[in-house]
Each structure stands twice: as structure tokens, then as C-alpha cells.
Design a binder for this molecule. Sequence first.
Ligand code: FMN
Length: 220
Amino acid sequence: MSAAQPAGHPTAAQRSGHLALDPAALGEREVYHLLTGLVVPRPIAWASTRSASGVANLAPHSYHNVVATDPPVVQLTSSGVKDTLANVRDTGAFVLNVVSEDLLEAMNATAADLHPDEDEAAWAGLALEPAATVDAPRVAAAAAHLECTLREELVIGNGHMILGDVRHIHVATRVWHEGRVDPEALRPVGRLGGSAYAVVERVRRVPRPRAADLGGPGRP
Ligand SMILES: Cc1cc2nc3c(=O)[nH]c(=O)nc-3n(C[C@H](O)[C@H](O)[C@H](O)COP(=O)(O)O)c2cc1C
């Protein structure tokens, strides 16, 4: 069944201008295209690791987010077992390199399905430096790095979620403004569906209202 033409009679949702899709009735690829096209833009965990034999590895993962800030924990999820996951299992360490617009093509190049003995960074022409606190390299040109150690691996279907404790953070002074990260200077890249990416060209600032501003009761 095509995701664009669901079978059966139109539902109330279709009549109102929405497709009504049951993920359980769709194929895995259709669900993949729907979820990765709708949960957007996704931040990109550009993870650098080292294999047990010392080979550097670099690969993007857009199933990625902050899990907690106290303690600082992030997650990235591997669809199946790939070199990044194998390396994190072996060494317990990884670095997340922030992808700015100037690194978009290089980041994409590191998603190539190279042999585990090949270093994607070298193929993409990227210089690596040792991390300060963990046994993994970092991308020298990235504006920021999160150095992490493996806290836990959760397996959910085809997803292997790597939860990492953030041990050390580098932020380039060029993206640092008045004690905060400056998004206009960072120009982060987000993943959309397929080969589409979002780049930050306009930032809108919308202060969050307090209940009192809305005239409503505040949270107890
Ligand atoms: C922007 C982008 C985001 C990606 N996100 C993921 C992801 O979240 N999980 C995943 O398993 N693969 C993801 N991939 C594909 C991996 O990067 C690709 O399979 C890569 O070869 C894995 O490298 P590794 O075997 O060195 O870990 C993504 C690719 C791109 C270009």
C-alpha cells in the first residue's frame, strides 16, 4: 500500500484534508519515511569514536537529543549495529561534534558505508584531534564538542539507543556571546526527510510567557 493512497473508505480525518495512516498497516520503509519526514528538523549527532584496534570513525546520527541536564546526558540511536555503536561498546567513549553549515557536505560524506578499517574523516578531508577527557577523537573544525562516556545502551526494536554522560564540553569562542551559544554564529544544520537539510538563516526570539502574563493560574 502506498503511503500517499491509503486503502479503504475515507475517514473523518481524510475528509478534513489529512491522510489517516495506521503505522501497523504500513511497511517499515513507509513508516521510516513518515517519521523522518515529520519529526523535523532533527539535530545531528556527528559522532567520532575509535575502534578497539585504534581506527578513528566518524558518522552522523539524527536520532539524537538531550535526555537530562542534571546529570548531563545525551542520546543517539543507531538503526542496527554499525561501526559507531560497536566502537562505543568497545571503548565506552564518543565525541559529538556540532555540525554547522560549513561542515554540511563533509558531514554527509562521513555517512558513506566505508569498511570498518577505513577512517571516514580522512576520506572527507577532516582533521581530527584527541579529545581532552575520553578515548575518542574530535573534529578540529567543529565549533563545539561534547565528550561523552557510555552510560547505558537501550535496545528498542531496530533502535540501539546509546545514552552518554557528557564529561567535557568545548565551545569555540567565535560562537560564544555573553555567556551563551549564539545560534546565528553557530549556524547549526538539522536533518529533514531524505537528503534535505535545514540551515539556520533566520532566528526568531519568542520569550516564553508566564501564567501571570496570560491571566491564568500558575503552576503550583
Ligand atoms: C544526516 C544523517 C543522519 C543519520 N542519522 C542516522 C541515525 O540516526 N541512525 C543511524 O543508524 N544511521 C544514521 N545515518 C546513517 C549513518 O550515518 C550511516 O549508516 C553510516 O555509514 C554509519 O557509520 P558507522 O558504521 O561508521 O557508524 C544518518 C546519515 C546521515 C547523512
